[in-house]
Write a protein of this length. Structure first.
Length: 170
């Protein structure tokens, strides 16, 4: 089962308006008790009985200038397995997907990949981090277009990425 939620920030705001007050107000005007039901909802993805599967994909409003939005986002930030941050400047330039590569990533990726794959990914991230966001996404998209599989992509990256210790490749 997959649940798409737009947005967890708005869900937090709604509970903040409708939940009974606890008397303990966090910065930004968020009642601490108001975030308990949304946290419980997101926790459901990890607490499925009998081995079922539930994935929750949620958006969050960030950089809105609202302290409440920041507080709500920070409360939920640690509960996710990955973050995919979009970049408005890239979207305005019509570069899609408009992903901020530097700010995006998967938590606990070491359990999803082999040590060799992980080493290549970390090297790729260092290279992309040194570029501006537009150069980084364009380089990544061009490399992805040149390959048909993830394995082929990683082999290509390994061949063409210099390491920091002076070797020609990873």
């Amino acid at each position: 089962v997959v649940i798409l939620l737009d947005s967890m920030t708005r869900l937090g705001r709604a509970y903040n308006l409708s939940a009974p007050t606890s008397g303990r107000i966090l910065s930004g005007g968020v009642d601490s008790a108001a975030l308990y039901p949304p946290k419980k909802f997101f926790g459901a993805a990890r607490n499925i009985e009998n081995g079922g599967s539930l994935t929750i994909i949620a958006t969050a409003l960030v950089e809105t200038g609202s302290r409440m939005d920041e507080v709500i986002f920070e409360e939920f930030k640690g509960t996710g397995n990955m973050e995919l941050k979009l970049d408005r400047k890239l979207a305005d330039r019509r570069i899609f997907p408009a992903v901020d590569i530097d700010s995006s990533g998967t938590r606990k990726e070491e359990i999803l990949m082999s040590p060799d794959e992980l080493k290549i990914i970390w090297t790729l991230r260092r290279v992309l981090h040194a570029l501006d966001p537009q150069q980084a996404i364009e380089l990544l998209l061009n490399k992805l277009r040149e390959t048909k599989t993830n394995f082929e992509f990683l082999v290509q990256v390994q061949k063409t990425t210099p390491t920091t210790n002076g070797d020609d490749a990873v």
